[in-house]
Unconditional design. Structure first.
Length: 102
């Protein structure tokens, strides 16, 4: 896992043709807005989160975010334990996001 500032996260994401953006917030948080083109899996699903994430393509790069960066760091750690090698945590999360929102 790597913790990236928003500018590093966005720049690296633009260059990564094998990228998936993963939002690990709750459905209520997502309803307030999200980064475009994201996959949503709520980390609060517990074991359900683990099952859903484990089914994803481990060869891809995952750019993970939550509201402030804590849950996404936890999600990256879980993913690393499941065999994902490229996980990138957005420092500051959606609270500090200044890019496009849908």
């Amino acid at each position: 896992m790597a913790d990236l500032t928003q500018s590093d996260w966005v720049n690296q994401l633009k260059e990564d043709e094998n990228a998936v953006i993963l939002d690990v917030r709750t459905a209520a948080e997502v309803a307030e807005g999200k980064i475009p083109n994201t996959l949503h899996i709520d980390i609060y699903k517990g074991q359900g989160f683990v099952y859903e994430v484990d089914a994803l393509d481990k060869s891809k790069s995952f750019y993970v975010y939550c509201r402030s960066g804590g849950r996404s760091a936890q999600a990256c750690n879980i993913m690393n334990q499941l065999g994902f090698e490229k996980t990138y945590n957005l420092l500051g999360g959606f609270n500090e996001w200044t890019g496009d929102v849908e």
